[in-house]
Design a protein around this ligand. Structure first.
Ligand code: SAH
Ligand code: F3S
Length: 441
C-alpha cells in the first residue's frame, strides 16, 4: 500500500507553492500519496511561517498535538520546514524531539534525501542552507489541475525592511532563468491553466538570472508570458513601491492579460515611519506611483498591507495612514499589529505604543479598509464584468465562483460545469462583505 503524506501549511502563497512541490517531489521519489487525514499519515510535514510571533507560536502547539499521534504510531515521521525551521534549525528538534527532520524554504528539494536519512544513524536530518537556484532545478514538473496556477519566479528578498524576517529566513534574492519560467507556464497552460500568478517575495526585483539584465526583468517576463497560447490572465504577488519602474507601469497599458489589480504593500502613510521601516520611498512617491497606475489602467484595484503600532508611531503618524487610505481608496487589504522579529533591526527600537492603543488603531484602520473595499464593490453593482470561472463555490457547492478582472470574487448560479476555466460575462447583482453575487449572461 502506498505511503501517505499529510502536509500542513502556514503563511504565505510561497509556502502554499512549496508545499504543493513537496507533495509532487515525495510522490515521485517515494510514491507518497496525499492524505487530508493526519491520523492515517506515514509522514507529516509542517510548512511554517515566522512573519509574526503568533504564527511562530502555532508551530510548537501543533507539534505537541502530533506527538500524541506518534505515541500511537511509532512509525510516523514528522518534518518541519519553512521560515521557522530556517530560523531555528536544530533547536526545533531539541525542543520537540518528536521531529525527525528539519529543512528550510530553499532545501525542499532535499526532503526525499533527508527522509531516507532518518533510518540511518549519524546521517544529516537538518538542512536549512540557501543553495542558490538549485531548488528549482531539482523540482519535478508542476502537476496543476484547474484554471489558476502559481509559478514561483524568484526566492528571497534583499530589501531588509527593518521589521521583516523574510531576508533572514528565505535568504537573498535569487531569480529563476526566464526560459524555465516560460516553459513551466506553457506546460501549465497545456494542463488547462488560464491564469498565472507570478510569485515571489519581491517580484519587481526579478532579473533573468542567465542574462543578468538590470531592469526590465518583470515587465519582460509579463510580456513574454502573455504571448503563451491559452494564457488569458496574469498577475503577480508581491511587489514593492520601490523599483516599480515605468516599464512595469507601461505593461498595464499594453498587456490586456495583466489583470486590473495590484497588491502593492505600503505599510504606513507616515514619512517618519516609512523611514524607520527602511521602505526607501516617501508617501508622495507612493501617491505618484498610484496616479500613474490609475492613468495606465482605468479602474485598477490597489491592494496593500499595513502595519500599525510600529515603534514610535504617534497619533499623527497613524492619522497619516488613515488619510493615505482615503486618498488611494484601497481595495481588500491586510493589516497587522507590529510584531518584533529575531535578527531584524526594528526589534531594538524602543516600542513606546501601548498594546491597547495598537489594538484600537488596528480596528480603526480595518474598519476604514473594509469600507473602502466595499465601496468599490458597490459601484460594480449593475455592471456586466468579464469574469474567469475558477470553480465550484467553496461555501455553497451548488454554486460557482469566478473572479472579475479586478480580482473580486463573484458567486453565481449555473448548471453548466463546462464553464469552469472560461471567461464569461456576469452581471453583478449584489455587493457582499467579501464577495459579489451575480448572474451569468
Ligand atoms: N513582500 C512580502 C511581504 C512579506 S510579509 C510579501 O510577499 O507579501 C507580508 C506582510 O506582513 C508585510 O507586507 C507586512 O505588512 C506584514 N509584516 C511583515 N513583518 C511584520 C512584522 N514584524 N510585524 C507585523 N507585520 C509584519
Ligand atoms: Fe520583507 Fe520588505 Fe522584503 S517587507 S519581504 S524585507 S520588501
Amino acid at each position: 500500500m502506498a505511503k501517505k503524506l499529510f502536509i500542513k501549511t502556514h503563511g504565505c502563497q510561497m509556502n502554499e507553492y512549496d508545499s504543493a512541490r513537496m507533495q509532487d517531489l515525495l510522490g515521485e521519489s517515494h510514491g507518497f500519496e496525499k492524505t487530508d487525514n493526519e491520523e492515517e499519515a506515514d509522514l507529516i510535514l509542517l510548512n511554517t511561517c515566522s512573519i509574526r510571533e503568533k504564527a511562530q507560536e502555532k508551530v510548537f502547539h501543533q507539534l505537541g498535538r502530533w506527538k500524541k499521534l506518534k505515541d500511537k504510531n511509532p512509525n510516523l515521521k514528522i518534518g518541519v520546514g519553512g521560515c521557522v525551521a530556517s530560523q531555528e534549525g536544530e533547536k526545533i528538534i531539541k525542543r520537540a524531539p518528536q521531529v525527525d527532520l528539519v529543512f528550510g524554504p530553499q532545501t525542499i528539494h532535499r526532503v526525499p534525501k533527508l527522509y531516507q536519512n532518518i533510518a540511518i544513524e549519524h546521517e544529516e536530518n537538518v538542512d536549512i542552507t540557501f543553495p542558490k537556484t538549485e531548488k528549482f532545478e531539482h523540482l519535478p514538473e508542476q502537476k496543476n489541475e484547474g484554471p489558476t496556477a502559481f509559478v514561483s519566479i524568484m526566492e528571497g528578498c534583499n530589501k531588509y525592511c527593518s521589521f521583516c524576517v523574510v531576508p533572514h529566513t528565505r535568504g537573498h534574492e535569487v531569480s529563476r532563468p526566464i526560459d524555465d519560467i516560460l516553459q513551466e507556464i506553457e506546460s501549465l497552460s497545456i494542463m488547462g491553466a488560464k491564469e498565472i500568478n507570478l510569485l515571489g517575495q519581491n517580484v519587481n526585483s526579478y532579473r533573468d538570472s542567465k542574462l543578468k539584465t538590470k531592469g526590465l526583468g518583470l515587465s519582460n517576463l509579463i510580456r513574454a508570458a502573455s504571448k503563451i497560447y491559452g494564457i488569458e490572465r496574469l498577475q503577480f504577488t508581491t511587489s514593492h513601491p520601490f523599483e516599480f519602474g515605468q516599464d512595469l507601469i507601461d505593461v498595464y497599458e499594453d498587456v490586456p492579460e495583466l489583470i486590473s489589480y495590484v497588491h502593492l504593500p505600503v505599510q504606513s502613510g507616515s514619512n517618519e515611519i516609512l523611514k524607520k521601516m527602511r521602505r526607501r520611498h516617501t508617501r508622495d512617491e507612493y501617491f505618484e506611483l498610484i496616479d500613474k497606475l490609475k492613468a495606465a489602467r482605468e479602474g485598477i484595484s490597489i491592494s496593500s498591507d499595513f502595519i500599525v503600532g510600529f515603534p514610535g508611531e504617534t497619533e499623527k503618524d497613524f492619522l497619516d495612514t488613515l488619510d493615505l487610505v482615503d486618498k488611494v481608496g484601497h481595495d481588500e487589504s491586510f493589516s497587522f499589529i507590529y510584531s518584533p522579529r529575531p535578527n531584524t533591526t526594528a526589534k531594538d527600537l524602543e516600542d513606546d505604543v501601548p498594546m491597547e492603543e495598537k489594538k484600537i488603531r488596528l480596528s480603526e484602520l480595518q474598519h476604514k479598509l473594509e469600507n473602502s473595499a466595499y465601496s468599490i464593490s458597490r459601484k460594480m453593482v449593475g455592471q456586466v464584468r468579464k469574469c474567469l470561472v475558477t470553480g465550484i463555490s467553496k461555501k455553497n457547492p451548488g454554486e460557482f465562483q469566478a473572479r472579475t478582472e479586478n480580482n473580486k470574487v463573484v458567486i453565481f448560479s449555473c448548471s453548466d460545469s463546462s464553464k469552469i476555466g472560461k471567461i464569461i460575462d456576469i452581471e453583478i447583482m449584489e455587493a457582499k462583505n467579501k464577495s459579489l453575487r451575480g448572474i451569468a449572461i
